[in-house]
Design a protein around this ligand. Structure first.
Ligand SMILES: Nc1nc2c(ncn2[C@@H]2O[C@H](COP(=O)(O)OP(=O)(O)OP(=O)(O)O)[C@@H](O)[C@H]2O)c(=O)[nH]1
Ligand SMILES: [Zn+2]
Length: 355
């Protein structure tokens, strides 16, 4: 096993040299616990902890390591390491923190592709798919859609569902598959490239872990056993595949998500709703609300059926969410700034009182 096998690149090596010439080891965060991290290195697995300095200087949760991060480490005991720095991230997949409006939550870092999984039964939702696509596009991560559990639906039902998907979501590959019959698994493997990192996204129970099993050809039991021994903290010398790899591609599983809130989207919405954005620019008035305005290109396209009405509704909803998030952030920053000013003034007053 080399660091390249874990996804390490020349660019990251340059960054490392810039940070700490030659002094630290390098590892990749594969799991996040409360304030402990599981780190994979080229030879083994470590339990890592942040050095105090890093912990106290962190201004938000996002300054802490996340799954997929590359970290500069030093080993101090058998199986233990200190984390000294996080290497710059080349991609950050994030969503709106659940229950904490105006805060972001990192899902994973340094991801190249996301595999968005929805199952044919119950879970399937085009609106939610567009949400996932938006957060992926915002992070410049290429999405691949997987429609799982096709063995649970009739052929014609699957066909109808795929037609709907095809009609509404363009330019994103989608693969129908089953972890039971293994239909579609080989097709998905065509998208797995050596040294690239893939993050599995989707609601709980859609079959993400099963998919990793299907792809790697290993039984679920085996994976269960592996995670058991991890929990017991048993020391294992050989490299266990905590980040499972298939054809050299690194697969990162994620716990199922209930909510996928939009934050500042850095082009996420623009990329997901490219056609709608093009139309918006063609509207006669730059502040067009696309309701009753004359010369509204969106309205005309909706009437002609050129864009999907449900997609447009979903787009509006997410755009409002993004705007709400952004204005909350602006408010917050202003408050922080005012607070900073106040502290400065207090310090100044103290000083002038002294002398
Ligand atoms: N019939 C059928 N069942 C499946 C398929 N894929 C997964 N399952 C079943 O669905 C259940 C959930 O599968 P998991 O792989 O644990 O789902 P997950 O997405 O990893 O769930 P979380 O870990 O909670 O996010 C299990 O009982 C699987 O056996 C499939 O393709 N067909
Ligand atoms: Zn308009």
């Amino acid at each position: 096993m080399t660091l390249e096998d874990l996804g390490y690149t020349d660019d990251l090596e340059k960054q490392r040299q810039g940070l700490h010439p030659g002094s630290f080891g390098i590892g990749r965060v594969t799991q996040e616990h409360k304030d402990r991290y599981t780190i994979s290195t080229e030879s083994h697995e470590l339990e890592g902890e942040l050095i105090g300095n890093l912990r106290f200087s962190a201004s938000s949760r996002n300054d802490f390591p996340a799954v997929g991060d590359w970290v500069a480490i030093s080993e101090y005991d058998e199986g233990k390491a200190l984390i000294h720095a996080i290497l710059p991230r080349y991609s950050v997949l994030e969503r709106q923190a659940v229950g904490k409006f105006g805060e972001k939550q990192i899902i994973a870092c340094n991801i190249d592709y996301s595999i968005i999984v929805q199952s044919v039964n119950r879970d399937f939702s085009l609106n939610r798919l567009e949400r996932y696509l938006t957060i992926c596009h915002a992070a410049h991560i290429s999405p691949i859609i997987v429609i799982s559990k096709i063995d649970l639906a009739e052929k014609h039902e699957v066909k109808t569902l795929l037609e709907k998907l095809n009609h509404r979501i363009k330019a994103v590959p989608f693969i129908p598959l089953s972890n039971e019959t293994h239909d579609g698994i080989e097709e998905l493997k065509k998208y797995l490239y050596k040294g690239k990192t893939y993050c599995l996204l989707g609601s709980s129970g859609v079959g993400k872990s099963s998919l990793i099993n299907s792809l790697s050809g290993e039984s679920k039991m085996k994976i269960g056993e592996i995670s058991d021994s991890v929990n017991r903290g048993k020391h294992i010398t050989t490299h266990r595949e905590l980040i499972p790899m298939v054809q050299g591609a690194i697969l990162i599983d994620n716990p199922g998500m209930r909510e996928v809130g939009i934050t500042e989207s850095y082009g996420g919405l623009e990329n997901t709703f490219e056609k709608i954005y093009k139309l918006v620019r063609q509207c006669k008035f730059s502040d067009c609300q696309h309701t009753t305005e004359i010369g509204c290109a969106v309205k005309t396209a909706l009437e002609k059926g050129e864009i999907d009405a449900a997609a447009f509704e979903n787009f509006l909803k997410m755009e409002r969410e993004k705007e709400h998030y952004e204005s909350t952030i602006v408010e917050k920053r202003k408050k922080d700034k005012d607070f900073g000013k106040m502290i400065k003034q207090i310090k100044k007053d103290r000083k002038s009182n002294k002398y």
